[in-house]
Design a binder for this molecule. Structure first.
Ligand code: KG4
Ligand code: ZN
Length: 339
């Protein structure tokens, strides 16, 4: 079969991204236009601003992706695009762009699930990785422990009962004055802190070994900060960051390794923005090594939102003959495994 060249578009949150991926794993370009600077002014993503910025940037980002790949639309075989989950107005910009390009060029259109994209980011740098494997998806909106049965076939073993892991990072970062985006800032501050300085709780969900809960931990951090404030005592930002991070990482690793033991995974991957967290990467690597499980994690630039991961996922749909029609719409709360 000749090479399959997919132009992929991602605009579900605050990055406008486009990429050209050949045969699902060979990334020829990966353009990411971040809106972080403007959202930082408001302490988080403002949906209306995100949509407007996507509209301003999308044409140029797609053109840059083609240019960097040294291709034109004439070379492209299919257009892949994130259609959910995410912010509806943000998603719509990418979906409309992808539909317009596919229509104009008479190309197949493939709507991709954002989380499936995150999982598929692992294929890009690990050419030998194939399902089945276990995967922990930790992003700003999602915390899923997933059994990847085959390409495009998933079983969700556990998920968060309240906040997503990334959301907890962002909220705690705001509370200790680190600002947005919280994850990378806590990661950095924690390097100078003592992870054992403060004993924060490990979230548990009654009756479930695989589900997660982070709202209790978030409240515990807020209570700790309040108490210190009332007593007029100083807080150590690095110690709070490191102790909070340890609590999150411990739970993520514990649940993941429980699944590894129960399901007998030989391969385990992490994905999503929080998968770029240095403490999580190290702890997972060690836990997998102890169990002789092959551990996979994308480079940090492929963990946070990007379109290369969407191109990787779209390729396996393309091979299966999955196509979206012109009624493709943004689905803000799309479930993994649904179409
Ligand atoms: O996957 P992603 O880019 O967007 C979503 O699909 O949500 O994930 C963004 C999330 C944010 O909550 C951000 O704070 C978190 O990932 N994040 C991190 C790190 N880098 C990004 N969390 C912890 N440590 C990091 N180094
Ligand atoms: Zn994401």
């Amino acid at each position: 079969m000749s090479d399959v060249k997919i132009l992929a578009i991602e605009s579900s949150c605050d990055e406008t991204a486009a990429s050209v991926v050949v045969n699902g794993r060979d990334v020829r370009s990966n353009i990411i236009s971040s809106q972080i600077d403007i959202h930082t002014l408001y302490g988080g993503v403002v949906p209306e601003i995100a949509s407007r910025k996507h509209i301003e940037r999308i044409n140029q980002v797609v053109q840059e992706a083609l240019d960097q790949a040294k291709m034109t639309l004439d070379d492209i075989d299919a257009v892949g695009v994130t259609y959910g989950p995410g912010l509806v107005g943000a998603l719509l910009v990418g979906v409309a762009q992808a539909k317009a390009l596919a229509w104009a060029r008479n190309l197949p259109l493939i709507g991709v699930h954002h989380i499936e994209g995150h999982i598929s980011a692992n294929y890009i740098e690990n050419k030998e990785l194939e399902p089945p494997f276990g995967c922990l998806v930790v992003s700003g909106g999602h915390t899923h422990l997933v059994l990847v049965k085959d390409y495009g076939e998933y079983e969700i073993l556990g998920k968060t009962a309240d906040d997503a892991a990334g959301e907890a990072f962002d909220k705690v970062a705001r509370a200790i004055g680190l600002g947005y985006p919280g994850g990378p800032k806590i990661d950095k501050a924690a390097k100078d802190g003592d992870p054992h300085a403060i004993e924060f709780p490990r979230g548990k969900v009654r009756g479930s070994e695989y589900d997660f809960s982070f709202s209790g931990l978030k409240s515990a951090v807020l209570n700790y900060l309040n108490e210190k404030h009332m007593k007029g005592e100083e807080i150590s930002v690095p110690d709070v960051a490191a102790s909070f991070q340890r609590s999150v990482v411990d739970v993520l690793v514990e649940h993941s390794m429980h699944a590894v033991n129960e399901y007998g995974f030989k391969k385990f991957a992490i994905a999503g923005g929080v998968a770029s967290n240095s403490a999580l990467r190290q702890a997972m690597e060690e836990a997998c090594a102890r169990r002789h499980v092959q551990f996979y994690r994308p480079s940090p630039i492929l963990c946070t939102d990007n379109a290369a991961m969407i191109g990787a996922a779209a390729y396996y749909d393309y091979l299966k003959g999955i196509r979206s029609d012109w009624s493709l719409n943004a689905v803000p709360n799309l479930k993994l495994g649904e179409r």
